[in-house]
Structure formats: C-alpha cells, structure tokens
Design a protein around this ligand. Structure first.
Ligand code: HEM
Length: 389
C-alpha cells in the first residue's frame, strides 16, 4: 500500500488507522501533493519539539503554509533570542494570577450556560456552550467587549482556513488577518491612551531587560492569543464532548466522581488532539528513517499521531482516564509549550464539571455533527448534544 498524507485527513471521522500505517511503514513521510514532510512517531515529534536549534519555527512559521506576513512576528513563529524576549514579556503578563483573576467569571458563566442547556435539554454544544464561553473568557482577558467579540468571531474562524480563493478574490484567511489587525490596533491605541486592567494593557506596559515590546508586536501577539486561544479551546471542548458520547462508561464514571474530570480532560487531549500538528523547518538536512529531509522544508510534527503511538502509550487507541503519569503532546513541548495551557485546562475543568452536574445523559446526534476543516486543528463546528432524558 502506498499512501500520501492529505492535509484534510484530520477532518475525517477516524484518521487514526492511517496515522498508524504511517508510523509503522513511513514514519518520515513526504506528502507529495501538499509538499510537506510528516513525522508521526512520538519519539521523533518530541525530539523535534525540544530541539529548536535544528527545528526552527522562525524560518517558515509553525502552521502549514503559514502566511509570510505572520512569520517572525508571533510567539509561535520566532526562534530564540527573539522568542525568549517575547515569551519573557508574555509570561510576565500571563501569570497564574491572570487565571486566578478570571476564575469567578469562568465559574459564573459556566453555571449560567449549563443551566440554560439543561432547560433546553438538546442544543448545539459548539454554538451554545463552547463558543460563547470561550469568546467571553478570552474577551474578558484581553479587554475585548462581548459585543465586539461577536463581530470579530467570524475572522477568528476564518483565520485558520487555507482554501484556494476564487479568481480575483482575496483568500478568506488574509481578509480575516487584515480585519483582526485593524481591530486589535484600534484597541491597543485605546489602551495606550487609557490603560485598563487587562492583558493587552499588561503586555504594552511589561518590560524585559529594560525593553518593552513595540505596539505592532503586541498587536500581532494579541491576535495570536485570540486566534490560537479561541480555536484550540473550541476544538478541545468539542472533542471532549464527543469523546464522552463515544464512551458512556467514562461519562458515568466522571459524573459520579467529578474529581476525575482533570484526568478525563488530560486523556481527551491525548486521545483526540485539538491541535493535530505544528510545523517546523530544519536548519540543515536531516537524515531520518532512511530519508533525507532537506533544510528549509516544511515538516509537520504530527501531535495527533504521536499521541496514539503504541511505542509510547500502552493500548494507545483506548480512552483510559486512569493512565499513570500521562505525558502527551497535546499542548506541545519545549520552548513553545502552550502559554495558555493553565487557562485552557481551568476552563475545561469548570465547564465540564458544570455541564456534567446538569446532565442526566450525554448523547451526540452524530448525523447532525459537523467537523471543522482546517489542516492544523481537529474538532467540531456543530455538535448536537442531548443531556436530559
Ligand atoms: C485549551 C486548548 C489548547 C490547546 C490544545 C493548545 C495547544 C497548543 C500547542 C500544541 C502549542 C504549541 C505550538 C508550537 O509548538 O508551535 C500551543 C502554543 C501556544 N498557545 Fe495554545 N493551546 C490551547 C489553549 C490556548 C489558549 C487558551 C491560549 C491563549 C489564551 C493559547 C495560546 C498559545 C500561544 C500564544 C502559543 C505559542 C507559544 C509559543 O510559541 O511560545 N493556547 N498551544
């Protein structure tokens, strides 16, 4: 059997047998049509994440076909020393207190949304729970008012599309990027004039070694936070809701014992990774598994596959919330490890605790579900869920 990795395979219902085939037969795979290399084994993906000198994020970015205007300007698309400086500032602005400060809002909103969901009984988990919850929390964190978030929402969704535009038309992700830049620019100007208690202001004011980030960098960094944060949390949450419906015994167990929710969230991040892969560019030719990956090529570090590698995880295809010392790659690894991880985890714990408490049953109408179609993220744009008998 020969196989060429297709970028939208991640939107298939079950791409995992194909990933397994690649791990076993062609672990350093060249996908001809897409023009990218794909690493699928845990050990290779993990090594590449940790070795930023050989596997650059700054040469061609970290998304598949990353728009050149993004590369070198965001946290995820820079290498040290630029990355070290920017990450230092972001770490100062994005502290455990930032998450602690948001906790009451996370709790109240999760409860309100779950109560409304219970009254409805059947609803769209993506549109009625995940999106409004994530938009409100990320908005509150950066100082984007709720009503504006509804307006910029479409651009956050379009940002990760990589569809070919019709002749004479601008691709959707470029339009989205332009509008988002304009929006965040105006917001940054307002915060420079009148500082507020939000992350945007904190980043504009933070200093590292006596230096500040210039406004343009703060604007681009904020856009990355909004897009990366919104897209990843929505995909994570919809995948978790889907995994619960697929595994009724897990639903019963975590409902009976909410202390298991963090373990359920962690296993969910491993079993069906929301961020299925990020790109790196080798800074020299790399010999791997009998192939030579040329310097400057795009290489997809396949998190989705690495997390199911049976060389690393016993019975990797089984959803098991009792795994010990689970070390998955769902939030990345190394210097680019997800800066929003503590927030994303906290939000997941609270929304699932509230919704599970409000539910008698957990049934997804699979015929009405729709998957997102981007080459980097896996999740659902529509997920009809019934929680009342
Ligand atoms: C909850 C689900 C989330 C998942 C599954 C996730 C996943 C990831 C992964 C895998 C990376 C590594 C990227 C790379 O190595 O190139 C990453 C980085 C990043 N994430 Fe997240 N993320 C989540 C939530 C968030 C949130 C809520 C935010 C912001 C509020 C955020 C902001 C970022 C940023 C800015 C980076 C780049 C960090 C750097 O390059 O130093 N993420 N995320």
């Amino acid at each position: 059997m020969s196989f060429s990795y297709d970028l939208l395979i991640i939107a298939h219902d079950d791409p995992y047998p194909a990933y397994r085939w690649l791990r076993d037969n062609d672990p350093a795979h060249y996908a001809e049509t897409a023009g990218i290399w794909v690493l699928t084994r845990f050990a290779d993906v993990s090594n590449a994440f940790r070795d930023w000198k050989t596997w650059s994020s700054g040469r061609r970015g970290n998304l598949i076909n990353d728009p050149p205007e993004r590369v070198g300007k965001t946290l995820g698309t820079t290498d040290p020393p630029r990355h070290t400086f920017a990450r230092g500032i972001v770490n100062k602005a994005f502290t455990p207190q930032t998450v602690a400060h948001l906790k009451p809002k996370i709790q109240t909103l999760a409860r309100e949304l779950s109560q409304t969901a219970r009254e409805k009984g059947r609803f769209d988990f993506a549109a009625d729970i995940s999106a409004p919850f994530n938009a409100a929390i990320l908005g509150a964190m950066f100082g984007v008012p709720d009503e504006d978030f509804i307006r910029i929402r479409r651009w956050l969704d379009d940002f990760f599309l990589r569809e070919e535009a019709k002749a004479g038309e601008e691709p959707k992700h470029k339009i989205a990027m332009r509008h988002l830049t304009e929006y965040v620019n105006t917001l940054a100007e307002a915060r420079l004039a009148t500082p507020q208690d939000d992350l945007l202001t904190a980043m504009l004011q933070a200093e590292e070694g006596g230096q500040r980030l210039d406004t343009h960098t703060v604007v681009v960094t904020t856009m990355t936070f909004l897009t990366a944060g919104f897209e990843s949390t929505n995909n994570l949450f919809t995948n978790l809701a889907h995994a619960l419906a697929k595994h009724p015994h897990v639903f019963a167990e975590v409902k009976a014992n909410p202390d298991l929710i963090p373990a359920f969230v962690e296993e969910g991040m491993r079993w069906d990774a929301a961020a299925q892969g990020f790109v790196r560019t080798p800074t020299q030719d790399i010999e791997l598994h009998g192939n030579v990956i040329p310097e400057n090529s795009q290489v997809l570090l396949h998190i989705g596959s690495a997390n199911r590698d049976e060389r690393q995880f016993a019975h990797a295809d089984i959803f098991d919330i009792h795994r010990e010392k689970l070390r998955h790659l769902g939030m990345g690894q190394g210097i680019h490890f997800c800066v929003g991880a503590p927030l994303g985890r906290e939000m997941a714990y609270v929304i699932f605790a509230e919704l599970l408490a409000a539910s008698d049953t957990w049934q997804v109408d699979f015929t009405g579900a729709e998957r997102v179609k981007t080459p980097d993220f896996r999740g659902f744009s529509k997920l009809p869920l019934t929680i009342v008998n």
